[in-house]
Design a protein around this ligand. Structure first.
Ligand SMILES: Nc1ncnc2c1ncn2[C@@H]1O[C@H](COP(=O)(O)OP(=O)(O)OP(=O)(O)O)[C@@H](O)[C@H]1O
Ligand SMILES: [Mg+2]
Length: 428
């Protein structure tokens, strides 16, 4: 009853082309979100447990539409999810089949481990985001949604989920990542995003772009020669070109644009974001931006951007909190079998990590590495311990990611345990 092989814990290369395939991944996500076992889903959908298992493992990748409908009904999926499931069941030549380009949408360094692990919990947040997508697609009411939360809380993961659902429902989905070390480079994330936009643009839109928006050449110089910079209105011309191009794309099919980690966006990108959001308010374009929680004023330009767009009713915010012990248990059970995920074990992990998913993953990985979690008799077992000790290497990784938390989250400094850099039992 192994939920997944240990090699997949933290695997950063695993794409949806491997393993269960898009249909299996989606089905498992929906089932886990419903809190059902394979048997329960099989009962409700009038299918065999073996059938469900085959679908989730990718043994069967293209089920008959009537099977998909039964599953969607049993899972009480909404229209977008139902459409996504149906499209994921299409033969691989369909647009939703995973292609290398889709994977590379998340190629920037913050793209995180195994995209095929199911998203756990977050139903309310995802539901809100899906309704934003619907509003954009149905009523052409473009706006910005800020996805905020502490480091490692799951902003990128939730955005990834939304993008995959959006793609499955026929949206164009484009991604640009910001990085601390490139915060000074003008328009850094836009280069990634507009390169994808150009690659996926239909010929008609490209032809319009050739005629009207030569400034796009600043982002895709291989295909368009940018005009020489001339003075004061350069920036405005660039804003107009980018906005015009994206609006034209959205006239073909609705768009979702995701900017990851905008706390590190350069100031030109922030200015463009403000301009763009104001000029897509009547277009089928949802802009999603993830941002780490911070005190007001911590990140240049973001407070102003948020203030302006809130006043203009063009901004929604979705805040991600820490996982409860129950949801932490579901997350652990999604990766290990139930013998491991006893309440006692879940409580230990939750107490040690306070429900931060990144920290949970790192702790689980270290428990496998040190042998507290181990494979025996065809399943995972855990060597009972009173407390979960976090090795120094993991504390360093977490400290690098979460910056300001070490005192609270990582317990006493190694020196207070003899300075040997060994495991830290955490706060007293
Ligand atoms: N709800 C969830 N279900 C399953 N896995 C999750 C969930 N939330 C986060 N994770 C996993 O936890 C890890 C951290 O999540 P993620 O990278 O999305 O955090 P983040 O908020 O974007 O952090 P940062 O601010 O550092 O970019 C990832 O491996 C992600 O897949
Ligand atoms: Mg992230």
């Amino acid at each position: 009853m192994l939920a997944a092989p240990d090699a997949r814990l933290g695997d950063t290369t695993m794409g949806l082309t491997d393993g269960p395939g898009p249909f299996g991944v989606l089905l498992q996500q929906y089932r886990v979100a419903a809190g059902w076992s394979q048997e329960e889903l099989a009962d409700r959908a009038g299918l065999s447990r073996r059938g469900i298992s085959d679908l989730e493992r990718g043994q069967r990748r293209e089920p008959h539409p009537s099977t998909v409908r039964r599953l969607a009904e049993a899972l009480r999926l909404g229209d977008i999810e139902r459409g996504g499931l149906l499209m994921a069941a299409q033969p691989r030549r369909s647009p939703v089949a995973t292609t290398p380009r889709q994977e590379s949408d998340f190629s920037h360094a913050n793209a995180v481990s195994s995209p095929s692990w199911p998203l756990i919990g977050r139903e309310a947040e995802l539901g809100f985001l899906l309704s934003s997508l619907e509003r954009v697609a149905a009523a052409g009411r473009g706006h910005l949604v800020f996805l905020v939360g502490e480091p490692g809380i799951g902003k990128t993961r939730v955005a990834r989920e939304l993008l995959s659902r959006a793609r499955a429902a026929g949206f164009g989905a484009l991604v640009g990542g910001c990085f601390e070390q490139y915060a000074g480079l003008p328009f850094f994330p836009l280069v990634e995003l507009l390169t994808q936009a150009w690659q996926t643009a239909p010929d008609r839109v490209r032809e319009v772009a050739f005629k009207r928006w030569a400034e796009l050449g600043h982002f895709v110089p291989d295909v368009l020669r940018p005009p020489a910079l001339s003075g004061d209105d350069d920036q405005l011309r660039i804003f107009r070109a980018v906005t015009g191009f994206l609006r034209e794309l959205a006239s073909e099919r609705p768009l979702v644009l995701f900017l990851d980690d905008v706390q590190w966006a350069d100031s030109a990108t922030i200015d463009l974001l403000l301009y763009l959001v104001r000029h897509v308010s009547d277009s089928r374009t949802l802009v999603l931006a993830s941002c780490r929680d911070a005190e007001p004023g911590a990140y240049d330009g973001l407070d102003e951007l948020r203030g302006e767009l809130v006043r203009e009713r063009l901004l929604d915010e979705v805040s991600l909190g820490r996982l409860t012990p129950d949801i932490t248990g579901v997350l652990i059970r999604s990766r290990f079998d139930t013998r491991v995920a006893s309440d006692e074990f879940v409580n230990l992990v939750h107490a040690r990590t306070e429900g931060n998913p990144f920290f949970i993953e790192e702790v689980l990985k270290s428990l496998v590495e040190e042998g507290t979690l181990f494979l025996a008799d065809g399943g995972w077992q855990w060597r009972t311990v009173d407390e979960i000790r976090v090795p120094r290497s993991v504390r360093l990784v977490v400290a690098q990611r979460v910056g300001a938390w070490p005192d609270v989250r990582l317990g006493r400094a190694p020196g207070r345990h003899g300075g040997d850099g060994g495991a830290d039992p955490g706060p007293p």
